[in-house]
Design a protein around this ligand. Sequence first.
Ligand code: ZN
Length: 501
Amino acid sequence: MEHRLQELRARLQEIDDLNSAAAILSWDQSTYMPPGGAAARARQLATLSRLAHEKSTDPELGKLLAELMPYAETLPYDHPDAALIRVAHRNYERMTRIPTDLVSEIAAHTAASYHAWTKARPENDFATMLPYLERTLELSRRVADCFPGYDHPADPLIDFSDYGMRAAVIRELFARLRAELTPLIRAIVAQPPIDDSCLRQYYPRNDQLAFGEHIIRRFGYDFERGRQDLTHHPFMTKFSVGDVRITTRINEHDLGDGLFSTLHESGHAMYEQGIDPAFEATPLCSGVSAGVHESQSRLWENLIGRSLPFWEYFYPELQQTFPQQLGQVPLDTFYRAINRVQPSLIRTDADEVTYNLHVMIRFDLELALLEGNLKVRDLPEAWNARYAEDLGVTVPDYRDGVLQDVHWFGGLIGGAFQGYTLGNILSAQFLAAARAAHPTIDEEIRQGEFATLHGWLRENIYRYGSIFTPNELIERASGSPLRIEPYMTYLREKYSAIYNL
Ligand code: ZN
């Protein structure tokens, strides 16, 4: 068995090497590549992804895993070898269920759709995207049908990003969250709006970058095993446990844009940097789900990075960095500015309270499309109606309406959005658990110290990589299954104080 296990590791490592090489090419494409490199880069990425797919679906790998599965069952459930075999087997089953022809059809279609979208969005042109989207929906259904026995066609698609979650469970969870969020948002909107003009002054790029990097170094992001570069749409990427990179973008007329994006991506990156290095180059060596990953980015960005104790420590430093802009602005004004709640059109610009409504709209529309209860041609109308109803805003055009997010235009329909709100909910659940274990955490944050919090996250979440399922990890780390109460308590306490509710 030891010999078989070694062969498994060698095969998985090759797959990981190919995927990591592709990740480096993608990172370069989004940061430094000159436009002239685009065509060759697309080809290079396609080659690497084809090789990785061939190796991931190699029948020899399937045979090896079938031999190893009974052995895995003799080991304790949380033994790394048992988990490795289990997760590799699950991935193999999943990848081989989808016929190779369908995989290449999807790859070709989503590349073409993405390309069309990059032109159609600025031109406010939904008509061009309509046939693409209809085909995307058809392909998404066909992928779902490769996994018969589902309750909802979105279930297999949700499983790819948030393993073990179900449309019905999320729908019920979101309905409860929505019922609690709506009155809170209504009460906030009834208050005088917060003036956030202090954030919209001229903030030179390099000072912004240096300040953001100073903060995430204090959080515990390891620059010996990472770096930050500039891009258009910030992301985190990993090539190995020793090389986990983040990207940000700077708007010299909006301080919040780059700073909070840096804090957000550092949360994703610290998760990946904190995985047990023994899992390197195996499927265990990555964050366990979209939702849990997002909980880590949101925790550092919002629950820490937009909190008053945090800025009690760091605001004087920020004022020293930008004396002209903030020297005369009191802490309270700045704190309220970075936490301004304002129902708006664009998900990625939304505040942390209304953000979830944007996600729920997309999630409900995805389910309706997959069920066949909503036609793609009626999607813009349904979108606009929900924005009017849920957020009270009028959608002026397709560009800032149904065309705004890349997800449906560069990927499948289903499973891409729920993780953002699951992450918000979990961020508060995990922080509450960390506080219960270490009541000194808040005092430490007020001193600009994060070692206890970072240590708790590493000990209870990061290091496990994908050993447990998301639901197992949530329960082990926080003592209960996913629940909305800690999140709603957090939002109510914070925003009642800010808006004098
Ligand atoms: Zn994120």
